[in-house]
Design a binder for this molecule. Sequence first.
Ligand SMILES: [Zn+2]
Length: 170
Amino acid sequence: METKIVISKLHKFNKRWKRKKAHRAVALMNRVINSNEFREAVKAFDFTDRRYQKDPKGPIEEIMDNLKIYEILKQGNEQYGNREDDYKWTLHLKLGKFLRQVGRREKELIITQNWFMRRSTDIELAAHWFHEYSHIFGFRHDYEETEERPNSIPYGLGTIVKDVYKKLNG
Ligand SMILES: [Zn+2]
């Protein structure tokens, strides 16, 4: 079954090019998630931090089976909002100014810094939203820049998205 990634809200995307870029990035996200290459890359990735919190108030577990990670992503079972396996991601996106990082998320809202919106390529933006949305499913990583962080599920997915895109474009 195909997963459908859609934009439900664009806050402060005050220029036409920003809205167009957002839609292009989401088109890339759809292409990547529904490819066999993505499935294979998630299966093969050596995640060293596998923390997952199914419910925002529930316990943190570790997912040892990469296929399970893939299935959560494909099925679209978010912590907030629509919790069903609806094979749908609904992106609430906002641009912000005063963030130290590239972006962050607040519950189901993803905030991206304006400078990153300007400087990123479409696939970098797609990878960033993929990372942030993975938090909405309950995947976690160290807050500090640790050695493990690049191989956490959210950071790993960002890497995977860029790699898969390269493969798809041969
Ligand atoms: Zn993160």
